[in-house]
Design a protein around this ligand. Structure first.
Ligand code: FAD
Length: 483
């Protein structure tokens, strides 16, 4: 009896899943499998917060498949590989085809090519599809046939293209095998941390099943999508979709999200639709410039004198920089596994500009703490802030953490949510408590250096030092290229 394996990876849903649709259409029993193979991720295996989300997404997929009379094999590649696991399952089940949806991280691309070659040597056909992008990187080129390195032309290009509709999966036709082979079954609870630090994530996201995520998005669209542009920069507001972890793990596909948006509404077009294209942009960059996971896209930054200062890094990671908007962001990240986009830019700027910390240090910390950690978006975000990536922030853009706080969190609601020790500080001083003076601060219950830190670096000094370093780098790169 022949069978088909569907290898689930970052496409943890049944609908709009072209690999599953193709396997079902073939008309043979289908074995759905997820393989945990962190060693195959090129040094970027899912971090702790991302694994928390993965746990829930897998449990949900398992429940959805059981409802269809099927199940999900959750396997551990262990010291072996995904290939070994697939070969074992194929031999046990008689499967002669393996279906999957494509991934775009360099290590995953290389691994998938190998798996495909080896399986075909064993007489097993493979078929891959696109479930994660609106349009795939190889299909997108600028007028000179090259990859886009600037966002606006890419966005204009997307506006001329037709975005395919989500794929309808005929679950009624899903056939199941008579027996279920298993190699190294992995009880999904192992993705949860052994020391339970995840209470804040559970409080923020509950149990993020596909149904709940779709319900939230469907409620968001009529009430908040048109106001997205007004609200999205206010970290105290629930003004963004929170789609990012669902898109990363594929509980919701981008085409499903796109289809739900009212394309005739200019506010939606220049708001959420454009935002989804930033996600496409970062994936295009990752495919065309795979070295950027560990190297700057702009070569002139290869020699940049980043400062290594473990104590500064620790203060930044723990939200103890003395800049309330930065500390609130870092504590939001630690407590909930998520951080507002505006605040991601502010905290990133403090690390790579004021403190001259390496963008990869920031990227690694985000990687381990974000529930939406995504190699394309994270790499792009960090290189954008550091000024060393595509379409990056110019080197002289150095966010002032005081003014950014005053502008985007004017009454300090966001800061006070995550820094309760500053609760009594008057609004006028909430983003620069040190300016209040010791006596007045004491009457608010704050003693700088004791229950809230002094600024890790003085803003004007940090800004001037960063400008000097970035200017010197530019000059050096200019003279290197002309010599
Ligand atoms: C330093 C830094 C690191 C980041 N790391 C990640 C990451 O690891 N994973 C991740 O998904 N996003 C990352 N982002 C992008 C962005 O912050 C998040 O996608 C966004 O905050 C997620 O919240 P949301 O789903 O409510 O977004 P919304 O504002 O509702 O936007 C909808 C969707 O559009 C996409 N999107 C929005 N902004 C961006 C952007 N700037 N770049 C790429 N895609 C975008 C996301 O898929 C998002 O879910 C990073 C940004 C910065 C500045």
């Amino acid at each position: 009896m022949r069978a088909s394996i569907v290898w689930f990876r970052q496409d943890l849903r049944l609908q709009d899943n072209p690999a599953l649709a193709a396997a079902i259409k073939r008309g043979k029993p289908v074995l759905p499998v997820f393989i945990w193979a962190p060693a195959e991720e090129g040094g970027w295996s899912p971090g702790a917060a991302s694994q928390w989300w993965l746990h829930h997404a897998l449990q949900d997929l398992q429940a959805l498949l059981r409802r269809e009379g099927s199940r999900l094999l959750i396997e551990d590649a262990g010291t072996g590989s995904s290939l070994d696991t697939l070969l074992f399952l194929a031999r046990q089940s008689g499967a002669d085809r393996v279906y999957w949806n494509r991934r775009y991280e360099p290590a995953a691309i290389a691994r998938d090519e190998q798996v495909s070659k080896q399986l075909s040597r064993e007489g097993i056909r493979t078929e891959s599809s696109n479930s994660a992008m609106l349009l795939e990187p190889p299909d997108i080129k600028n007028k000179s046939g090259r990859p886009f390195r600037v966002f606006t032309p890419l966005w204009n290009h997307y506006r001329t293209r037709t975005i395919p509709a989500p794929v309808c999966v005929d679950l009624e036709a899903l056939q199941t095998p008579k027996t279920w082979p298993q190699r190294n079954p992995l009880d999904a609870h192992t993705f949860l941390p052994s020391t339970r630090w995840d209470g804040g994530l559970a409080a923020r996201f509950g149990n993020p099943t596909r149904t709940r995520l779709l319900t939230r998005f469907d409620e968001f669209i009529p009430t908040r999508a048109a106001a997205y542009l007004t609200n999205r920069d206010d970290p105290a507001k629930d003004g963004t979709t929170l789609l990012s972890p669902a898109l990363h793990w594929g509980q919701i596909g981008p085409r499903e999200a796109w289809k739900r948006l009212d394309q005739s509404n200019p506010a939606v077009e220049s708001g959420l639709m454009r935002q989804l294209i930033w996600r496409e942009f970062s994936h295009h960059l990752l495919v065309h410039f795979p070295q950027t996971t560990h190297r700057p896209l702009r070569n002139e930054f290869l020699q940049f004198p980043w400062r290594e200062d473990p104590e500064h890094l620790r203060l930044w990671q723990q939200g103890e920089t003395g800049y309330p908007i930065v500390d609130a962001g870092m504590r939001q990240l630690w407590q909930t596994g998520w951080m507002h986009n505006r605040v991601r830019m502010i905290v990133g700027s403090l690390l790579v500009k004021h403190l001259l910390g390496h963008w990869l240090e920031g990227a690694r910390w985000f990687w381990d703490t974000l529930v939406d950690a995504d190699l394309a978006n994270n790499t792009f975000g960090w290189q954008w802030i550091a000024g060393c990536g595509a379409d990056a922030a110019p080197y002289f853009r150095i966010f002032n953490p005081i003014l950014q706080g005053e502008r985007f969190d004017p009454d300090g609601t966001y800061v006070k949510t995550f820094l309760p020790e500053l609760d009594k500080v008057p609004t006028k001083f909430i983003h620069r408590p040190w300016a209040l003076g010791d006596l007045d601060l004491a009457s608010c219950g704050v003693k700088l250096g004791q229950n809230y830190p002094r600024p890790v670096i003085e803003h004007t000094f940090g800004r001037a030092r960063a400008l000097e370093a970035f200017q010197a780098n530019k000059a050096r790169a200019g003279s290197d290229s002309s010599s």
